[in-house]
Design a binder for this molecule. Structure first.
Ligand SMILES: *Cc1c(COP(=O)(O)O)cnc(C)c1O
Length: 451
């Protein structure tokens, strides 16, 4: 009976998989926020180094991972894939459940998979400082760690409510050498604009993005860095699925369904896109993204052109969106709070290559506790959405009298999220369904794009 499927260091992938090379139709253009014309590489140059802009638009199916990046990734990669014998027994299923565990990275999630190459390409282009946003702090801590490896400074705009409620993530960022500010700040015009309207604003990811983008755009030695959503970020994460494909071979099985939780789409892309390539080549595999009912971007959002941030400074992209003025409900403890979804994931959903499902937070925390008690690892609240989806898939298989092979991505551990577990155990969490009318109302503020 095997529990862990392990690869050797020389099996860390040498190439990322770029799904843009396999799309049947080209992705929707990315539009300039001022002119609404398709952006050119030059438009993006104040924000990103050219190597990343090229990756963002590249039609190459595979892109080589530089040796320096691969060497840095070996600090924790390949990550283990487990057979969830304990969970299978706990829920009494005949299905086979596997999970890829990304919590073994220095910051405890999948995010360093893209933080490392982003820091590398920026350093190589002579950039001195990165400006970025973070919600709960997973991205900020990942980029703080990775930037340090390549000698870059980092400024993090951290959503104020998280800055106040999650001091230990801030400590991690500072330990790795980053400077951290509670957003909205008075350092940027975007921040001042928000504070002018609401001096007690709790902040949001969209606001923090506005501040980081403005910081980068107004300083020559500084670029912007984003932890999810963009094509190059999704591509960097494919090391997860590429390794998992080798590990499933070791297990002698092929998944019926591949699952990831979904916030901006990067860890789901990471596990699912290499399997999407199999699907394009005729394999029968389902790809399922699991999101919260309180931020139901894929299941209730509209597939439309929208800004990536609240203030409207970022390029306009076609994606599933709840509207760029979306404010997450305060009672939601599980992360995954971004108003949009990765354009690439949105397109694959629109084309029915992937599926999406939404779960309420009490059910997800329940699944997380079942998982912790049967598998040992305390999952990140975000990851619990994937666990919940995996359990539901197993149960559906049982109801059909069939054993399913289920693979999910455990995107991180929950060691810095224990306050959310406390709230759950104390009965302080409530479920919330983000209403369709609120989505409809926000659609009125979408940018108006002439066809
Ligand atoms: C950031 C994060 C997510 C959500 O982001 P995606 O881009 O959708 O992957 C999920 N899980 C963990 C552990 C995270 O840190």
């Amino acid at each position: 009976m095997t529990t862990k499927y392990l690869l050797s260091e020389d099996q860390v992938p040498r190439r990322w998989y770029n799904v843009l090379g396999d799309l049947k139709s080209p992705p929707a253009p990315v539009l300039h926020p001022g002119t609404h014309k398709p952006v050119t590489p030059d438009d993006l140059a104040p924000l990103f180094p050219m190597a990343l802009i090229e990756q963002e638009m590249s039609p190459e199916r595979e892109i080589a991972i530089p040796d320096e990046v691969r060497n840095a990734l070996t600090a924790w990669r390949p990550t283990p894939m487990y057979r969830a014998h304990g969970l299978e027994k706990a829920i009494g299923t005949r299905s086979h459940i596997y999970y890829k565990y990304e919590g073994v990275s220095p910051s405890g999630s999948h995010k360093p998979n893209t933080a490392v190459p982003q820091a590398y390409y920026n350093a190589k282009a002579g950039v001195k400082r990165l400006a970025t946003e973070t919600g709960a702090g997973q991205w900020g801590s990942s980029i703080a760690y990775a930037a340090g490896l390549f000698g870059l400074n980092v400024t993090v705009y951290m959503v104020k409510i998280s800055y106040e409620q999650k001091p230990y993530r801030r400590s991690m960022m500072q330990t790795w050498g980053a400077e951290v500010f509670a957003s909205p700040t008075n350092r940027t015009r975007a921040g001042k604009q928000i504070l002018g309207k609401d001096p007690h604003s709790n902040g949001s990811l969209g606001i923090a993005i506005s501040e980081a983008v403005e910081d980068a755009a107004t300083h020559d030695d500084t670029k912007y860095s984003l932890g999810s959503v963009l094509n190059h970020v999704c591509m960097h994460q494919t090391v997860i699925g590429l390794e998992a494909q080798e590990q499933m071979k070791l297990a002698g099985e092929y998944p019926d369904v591949v699952i990831g939780c979904h916030g901006g789409g990067s860890n789901f892309a990471g596990i699912a896109l290499p399997f999407a390539r199999d699907k394009f080549n005729g394999k029968n595999v389902r790809l399922l993204a699991a999101e919260p009912t309180s931020c139901p971007t894929l299941t209730k959002g509209v597939y439309a052109f929208d800004y990536g941030d609240t203030v409207g400074l970022t390029p306009i992209v076609k994606m599933h969106t709840l509207g760029h003025d979306f404010m997450p409900p305060g009672i939601h403890a599980g992360g995954l709070r971004y108003h949009g979804a990765a354009p690439i994931i949105s397109k694959l959903l629109d084309e029915k290559i992937i599926e999406a499902v939404a779960y309420a937070q009490l059910a997800c925390f329940g699944a997380a506790v079942t998982f912790a008690r049967s598998e040992g690892i305390i999952p990140a609240p975000e990851s619990s959405h994937a666990i919940k989806a995996a359990i539901e898939e197993a149960k559906k298989g049982d109801a059909e009298g069939r054993s399913r092979v289920i693979l999910f991505n455990l995107s991180g551990h929950g060691h810095f999220d224990l306050a959310a577990y406390d709230a759950y155990v104390a009965g302080k969490l409530e479920d919330f369904e983000y209403p369709r009318d609120a989505v409809a109302k926000s659609m009125a503020s979408l940018p108006v794009i002439q066809a």
